[in-house]
Design a protein around this ligand. Structure first.
Ligand code: SF4
Length: 224
């Protein structure tokens, strides 16, 4: 790994300019789409390896079957829970993960009590739950609990790599720390920035990028 130190030290100016350009192009995003913090938790688990449209179908099925609460998930039979979330794929695995994170939150005294813990305790606790990785944990922290953690996903990596701000293959924590070091700990900024990156990745910076019409093209070294 000589010569490939996993560093990500973006300037505040670079990230702020990127955010401003995305915000000007796409506007404020209504994200995360959920009626309750618990629904964000459910969505964060179900969106693993799934398109959001299929997550929405699974959440609608949970709601229609009265399974969209912490107590209901814990009381449900595995097969009933797995069947309800079938549209999101990997439903047996996700049913177990959903029960695990619900059991953890229940042990913590429920969502409201868990929300009062300090961020480091919340994050380490979530990361200790089977099947909850850093992206899922940070989705929950940022969007369900309004905690200032920057979410890194595949779209973020792609944009950073093409924008030449990072290699794109740095460890999750390196990228998260880089954003958080450069930007103020502003929950609304983090929520909007991540949502805008996702929107941009779907609208323009796709696997095959649509550079000629991209708002970032004039400043993007990776553009075509
Ligand atoms: S110019 Fe192309 S590579 Fe750069 S951000 Fe836009 S779509 Fe992505």
């Amino acid at each position: 790994m000589a010569g490939r130190a996993p560093l990500f030290n973006p300037s505040a100016e670079a990230l702020t300019a990127l955010y401003a350009a995305l915000l000007a192009r796409y506007g404020r995003q209504p994200w995360w789409p959920a009626e309750t913090p618990f629904e964000v938790v459910v969505g964060a688990v179900l969106t693993q390896n799934a398109a959001w449209t299929n997550v929405e179908k699974a959440i609608a099925r949970l709601r229609s079957r009265d399974l969209l609460s912490l107590d209901a998930v814990l009381a449900a039979e595995h097969d009933a829970l797995a069947d309800a979330i079938r549209p999101s794929g990997y439903f047996n695995v996700k049913a177990r993960r959903l029960r695990s994170v619900c059991a953890f939150l229940d042990d913590a005294g429920g969502m409201q009590r868990f929300a009062r813990r300090d961020l480091a305790t919340q994050r380490s606790g979530l990361l200790a739950v089977h099947g909850i990785g850093p992206e899922t944990a940070d989705d929950i922290l940022l969007y369900a609990l309004d905690r200032p953690v920057f979410v890194i996903d595949v779209y973020t990596r792609r944009l950073l790599q093409r924008y030449r701000l990072a290699r794109g293959d740095e460890p999750y924590e390196v990228l998260r720390a880089g954003f958080e070091a450069a930007l103020a700990a502003d929950v609304d900024l983090y929520q909007q920035f991540h949502a805008l990156i996702v929107v941009h990745a779907k609208a323009a910076c796709r696997k095959t990028p649509l550079c000629p019409t991209c708002v970032l093209a004039p400043a993007c070294p990776g553009g075509r």
